[in-house]
Ligand binder design. Structure first.
Ligand code: AMP
Length: 288
């Protein structure tokens, strides 16, 4: 696996690959890699000639009081995992390579950036949209892989890829979970043992709402109240949001008459975790 830091080196490599008609699969990450990330790498490996993984803890998507400085980092462990998965290129630029002095261009997905995590983390999706646009321009991927775990991020990236005419396919991979249901996340490492145990309430809340839906309760508000009740029953959890929304617009729905994103976020101590599930009427779930 080739390890690159320079933007121009990656971009000229990508141009060469495109010129020789080799397909590029891009997996953007912030490192501290776990099975969730590796599932994206495996999907990219199956579907592309060349797998390019970016590892960049993007400062512009962190708020001033957030965990940028203490975000988990394990470069050597990450390098080894990617090597084992057969990734071809690891791009790990220093921050000044992505945002050199004088940098002042940002991408905003105006409505979506205010919803779900964007409401709690002002500026977060502006940072995400900006860095992902730059990754697309530098890496020139044919396909780019993202996790359904970050469902609002998926909506933002799909929208920007369409709005800015990026010639690529956004591929969304399923959520990878721990055996007890907790969605894998680099931030799980922050949890105390008691909070780690308590955090399973997110998945349990989604299971309860999905069961309620299958029992015939199709009103979005009843599903939302089910999520809230489950999370509130865990004293260590502090609810941030519970939502039943359109997966593309992230706007609230009244009834589940089409695929509906059930999304939750809660604090466990100083750590904010998210999770989600999609429910859909049978006619929709049978569609390819
Ligand atoms: P991050 O390093 O947290 O920015 O995540 C990089 C990519 O991995 C994003 O597209 C995430 O949605 C995805 N990802 C993170 N956790 C999981 C998971 N548990 N299952 C699937 N994908 C994930």
């Amino acid at each position: 696996m080739q390890v690159l830091t320079s933007t121009t080196a990656v971009q000229s490599r990508a141009l060469d690959l495109r010129a020789s008609e080799r397909s590029i699969g891009l997996v953007p990450t912030m490192g501290a890699l776990h099975e969730g990330h590796l599932s994206l790498v495996r999907a990219a490996r199956r579907e592309n000639d060349v797998v390019l993984v970016s590892l960049f803890v993007n400062p512009t998507q962190f708020g001033p009081t957030e965990d940028l400085a203490r975000y988990p980092r394990d470069l050597e462990g990450d390098r080894q995992k990617l090597e084992d998965e057969g990734a071809d290129i690891l791009w790990r630029p220093p921050a000044e390579e992505v945002y050199p002095p004088g940098y002042q261009t940002y991408i905003r997905v105006e409505d979506l950036e205010t919803r779900l995590d964007g409401a709690t983390r002002p500026g977060h999706f502006r940072g995400v949209a900006t860095v992902v646009s730059k990754l697309f321009h530098v890496c020139l991927p044919h396909r780019a892989y993202f996790g359904q775990k970050d469902a609002a991020q998926v909506a933002v990236i799909r929208r920007l890829a369409q709005d800015l005419n990026f010639p690529l396919r956004v591929v969304v991979c399923p959520i990878v979970r721990e055996p007890d249901g907790l969605a894998m996340s680099s931030r799980n490492a922050y949890l105390s043992p008691a909070d780690r145990q308590a955090a399973t309430v997110l998945y349990r809340s989604l299971q309860a709402a999905v069961s309620l839906y299958h029992a015939g309760s199709h009103a979005a508000e009843s599903l939302r109240q089910c999520l809230i009740a489950a999370i509130s029953s865990e004293p260590r959890a502090k609810l941030d949001y519970a939502a039943a929304v359109d997966p593309d617009t992230l706007q609230p729905l009244d009834q589940v008459t089409r695929p509906t994103l059930l999304a939750v976020a809660a604090w466990f101590g100083g750590t904010r975790l998210i999770d989600n599930a999609v429910v859909a009427p049978r006619a929709h779930s049978l569609l390819p």
